[in-house]
Design a protein around this ligand. Structure first.
Ligand code: FAD
Length: 412
């Protein structure tokens, strides 16, 4: 039997790829297998709702690395294969293509999948979701001039997609059940700037309106019926109402699951040989009041590096605690969020670039900063949140408050 240590990574998205890359970078010399059920080598997801849709990049541009990278780094990359079983006693995983791999460390980086709302007609031809390159390829082929697109859900991905449509000559309507865009994710003032932008960009935004049913003709979508009683003609409908963590494998293996695979501050499940990272993992974050699941590239990549450092012994034991950050590019508007603004109860806006930046407070503590096209403010926000020099709401509201100045590194 081989004495090489074996790591198996399930999922070839941002977290899975970064785990493999970091393991080798940290000098891991054991056997390394990366299993991805998608039929593409690991690729970047964010451009799928942005540059890829408008034709600025093509599928091959999205790959993290060329195929030779995996060969050169002795990474066994299994694409179009899926881990279908996990035996914790034997420390093996079974693959859909019939293979079996043993592991000493297993990393679950299985991501999330789109929620499919229970709406009549959601199975019709022309009703899509946007999570994978295969989804984006279908959408891109259909976003042609004169087409009518209805996006169900005014969250980040729905709005990124909607912001691409007018430039492609596509008529687009966003149907959002809440009374504002990105509700529950960003502050009211920031949401209002985005609403103004999207409307000015030719996107029809119907707030406070849900999709009640999707109508078809000859098996293809032809309209969306809203809870407000309207009928919106549609050639294409994209359901963008959020995602659900992929917990099925962990659950079947008896691991604790609750809106995500539960892990500790070191990102281990209750089985110390198994870690979970990225969109699928719920972890205790010092930046949130309770365990959280964060859907962002930064979170998946940072957690991957944390786990790789632990496995290789490159890091001393410490809790995973970087300040979370996130971005969403919607047309010409780049939203950046430092920290976790979810659940804030007070907002102070301060001059940013063309748009003010929003400082979000929870129980009088600064928890996050939202900026629009103001990268310097964003970086200042990240620095401030990483320090203990957080301003109070009263300090932030003072006329001479300068975010960049108070976040600047101090000498001595
Ligand atoms: P994923 O990247 O989803 O990877 C998980 C992979 O595991 C998938 O390929 C899945 O098929 C595979 N898998 C699942 N189960 C198995 C199994 N049993 N066997 C084998 N493989 C399996 N974040 C940002 O910060 N900024 C953005 O602008 C942004 N834009 C986005 C745009 C789009 C269209 C999407 C979909 C997401 C966007 N995100 C963005 C979110 C970001 O992409 C995710 O947070 C990130 O990809 C999470 O990485 P992950 O590795 O946890 O999961």
């Amino acid at each position: 039997m081989s004495s090489r240590r074996r790591v198996v990574i399930v999922g070839g998205g941002h977290g899975g790829f970064e785990t493999a890359r970091s393991l080798r970078e940290n000098g891991f010399e054991g056997a390394l297998t990366l299993v991805s059920e998608e039929s593409f080598a690991p690729y970047e997801r964010p451009p799928l709702s942005k540059a890829y849709l408008v034709g600025q990049v093509c599928a091959t541009d999205l790959a993290f690395r060329e195929k030779s990278f995996y060969r050169d780094n002795d990474i066994e990359l299994l694409v179009g294969d899926k881990v279908v079983g996990l035996d914790r006693a034997d420390r093996t995983v079974c693959l859909s293509e019939g293979g079996v791999r043993g592991y000493d460390d297993l990393v679950l980086a299985v991501g999330a999948s789109p929620v499919l709302p229970d709406i009549p007609g959601s199975g019709l031809e022309g009703v899509e979701v946007l999570r994978t390159l295969a989804d984006a390829q279908r959408l891109r082929a259909r976003l042609a001039p004169g087409q009518r697109l209805v996006v169900v859900g005014g969250g980040f991905i729905g709005l990124e997609l909607a912001s691409c449509a007018p430039g492609l000559g596509v008529d687009v309507t966003v149907v959002e059940v809440a009374d504002r865009l990105m509700a529950g994710k960003i502050s009211v003032p920031t949401a209002q700037h985005f609403l103004d932008f999207h409307r000015g960009n030719g996107v029809v935004c119907r707030l406070g309106t849900g999709a009640r049913a999707i109508e078809g003709a000859g098996g293809r979508v032809c309209a969306v019926h809203t809870t407000g009683g309207s009928r919106l003609p549609a050639d294409l409908v994209v359901l963008a109402v959020g995602v659900r963590p992929r917990t099925e494998l962990a659950r079947a293996a008896g691991l604790a699951v609750d809106d995500g695979i539960l892990v500790d501050t070191d990102l281990r499940t209750q089985d110390p040989a198994i870690s979970a990272i990225g969109d699928c993992a719920r972890f205790p974050s010092p930046h949130a009041g309770a365990p959280v699941r964060i859907e962002s590239v930064q979170n998946a990549a940072d957690q991957a590096r944390h786990v790789a450092a632990r496995i290789t012994g490159a890091a001393t034991a410490q809790a995973f605690s970087p300040v979370p950050w996130f971005w969403s590019q919607q047309g010409t508007m780049k939203l950046q969020i430092a920290g976790l603004t979810t659940g804030h109860d007070h907002v102070v806006t301060v001059p940013g670039g063309r748009h003010p930046s929003a400082l979000c407070f929870r129980e009088e503590r600064l928890v996050g900063i939202e900026t629009i096209n103001a990268p310097r403010h964003h970086l200042s926000g990240r620095r401030l949140l990483a320090s203990e020099r957080r301003p109070t709401a009263a300090e932030a509201a003072a006329p001479d408050f300068d975010l960049d100045l108070i976040a600047a590194p101090r000498r001595g």
